[in-house]
Ligand binder design. Structure first.
Ligand SMILES: Cc1cc2nc3c(=O)[nH]c(=O)nc-3n(C[C@H](O)[C@H](O)[C@H](O)COP(=O)(O)OP(=O)(O)OC[C@H]3O[C@@H](n4cnc5c(N)ncnc54)[C@H](O)[C@@H]3O)c2cc1C
Length: 401
């Protein structure tokens, strides 16, 4: 199915990386994904394969042992992986958000210490902003860090950590009042801490508990957890960038990478849904002909393919903008919004094309149907994307009268 979602202007290296990942997805992910997902089983063998391919170092600079590739290359790999199984793209997403934040904002010591191990996949990252009472409204964070000598003591509860159990490094956003007097704007009194821990569940470090996996409707296999800090002591040199009060901006920068990733996932899942729909439509007969020969079904296929193409183009545009060193919040917000909405619609159409069989767990579309909604929520809901897009439009098109 090579005709949709082509990307012009790729280098030979980019083409080779993306086609290697596509082969890996076809051979190692698609055949096992649905079984693993139904059993909610962590795809260890697939993760080991990605490690071997060097994928955990894809965007980490070569000087730290990574491949030094662009956000675009990464996004195209994510698209391929999500086409196979969205949960696997979730495993690498938080890793790259943390690696990107370290690369952009870390001290030299932090980069030297973490990035080479992250490039090998020996340290894997998770990131944590959300709390039980908030997700969209990051400024309402209540988890706290209080300075005590050369350390900070962290207290509070975090929610929805993708890779919370399997990671060994979590970038945690908390409120830190030190140096930020009462009345400081919330986003200026937040700090990102680099919290190292043992992978696993229970008390993974004194003062830090990962209670267990949250049971989800889809996006299974990858672990999503809470994180409880109760007197967790973190040395001052594990403040990202060495200075408190910058956490909000660092996280928002990381989330822009995450939004391109979610857009790419939407593209990948939509492509797979189209592939499943177009195949089934040619096999299933009603009223004496394949259902693909009924115009109503052809129209569905036409709409699905158009959405796959449009989402891919916007995702590529957002990645290229960030790669060019420019702010891409508008493009990333639009791409994330459109790709996730279109993904849900394309999956729904492929599901309808499958008739009753779409409802059977034997058919892959059943899994996609439960996966697509997560994209509407993760890295900011549709409403939040529209708020970002709206604000940026008013900046760009300010009334001059
Ligand atoms: C599977 C999964 C994995 C996740 N992984 C992570 C992770 O790794 N790290 C992490 O930090 N978080 C993670 N999240 C959390 C995710 O980012 C939040 O769920 C998301 O930001 C929405 O926040 P919320 O759930 O608190 O919804 P709320 O913020 O409570 O929003 C509820 C509803 O109100 C709407 N709404 C909110 N504010 C406004 C407004 N101003 N105007 C209009 N409508 C509004 C929202 O769009 C939504 O429809 C994950 C979530 C899921 C489901």
């Amino acid at each position: 199915m090579a005709r949709l979602a082509q990307t012009a202007g790729l280098t030979d290296v980019q083409q080779e990386i993306v086609s290697t990942v596509r082969d890996f997805v076809d051979k190692e992910i698609i055949p096992v994904a649905t079984g693993l997902e139904h059993r909610d089983e962590y795809p260890q063998q697939i993760v080991d394969g990605l490690k071997e391919l060097g994928l955990f170092g894809l965007m980490i600079p070569e000087e730290y042992g990574g491949l030094g590739e662009s956000l675009l290359t990464y996004a195209l790999c994510v698209e391929e992986i999500a086409r196979g199984w969205m949960s696997v793209s979730g495993i690498i997403n938080t890793h790259f958000i943390v690696a990107y934040m370290l690369k952009q904002h870390g001290t030299q010591e932090q980069k030297d210490y973490f990035l080479p191990k992250m490039a090998l996949g020996d340290i894997r990252g998770a990131f944590s902003m959300s709390e039980p009472a908030l997700g969209s409204d990051v400024s309402a964070i209540t988890s706290k860090a209080v300075k005590d000598g050369d350390e900070y003591v962290l207290t509070g509860q975090k929610m929805w950590l993708t890779n919370g159990g399997t990671s060994s490094l979590v970038a945690v956003l908390v409120r830190s009042d030190e140096g930020h007097p009462e009345g400081t704007a919330p986003h200026k009194s937040m700090t990102t801490f680099l919290v190292e821990k043992e992978p696993g569940f229970g008390e993974v470090r004194p003062g830090l508990t990962i209670p267990g996996k949250i049971d989800k409707m889809g996006y299974k296999g990858v672990d999503t957890t809470e994180l409880i800090m109760d007197g967790l002591r973190i040395p001052a040199d594990r403040v990202l960038g060495g200075t408190t009060g910058r956490g909000f901006y660092q996280m928002m920068d990381g989330v822009e990478v995450g939004r391109v990733n979610v857009a790419a996932r939407g593209c990948g899942v939509a492509q797979r849904a189209f592939e499943l729909g177009v195949q089934y439509a040619q096999q299933r007969h009603t009223f004496g002909k394949p259902i693909a020969q009924h115009q109503a079904i052809q129209f569905k296929l036409a709409e699905m393919a158009t959405k796959v193409e449009a989402a891919h183009a916007m995702m590529v545009n957002a990645a290229r903008k960030k790669d060019s060193g420019q702010r891409n919040d508008l493009e990333a917000g639009m791409a994330k919004y459109l790709a996730s909405e279109y993904c849900k619609e394309v999956v729904e159409d492929a599901f309808r094309i499958h008739g009753g069989y779409g409802f059977s767990k034997e058919y892959e579309i059943e899994r996609l149907y439960r996966e697509a909604p997560m994209l509407l929520i993760g890295e900011g809901t549709a409403e939040i994307q529209k708020m970002i897009i709206g604000r940026r439009l008013l900046e760009e098109y300010r009334f001059q009268g």
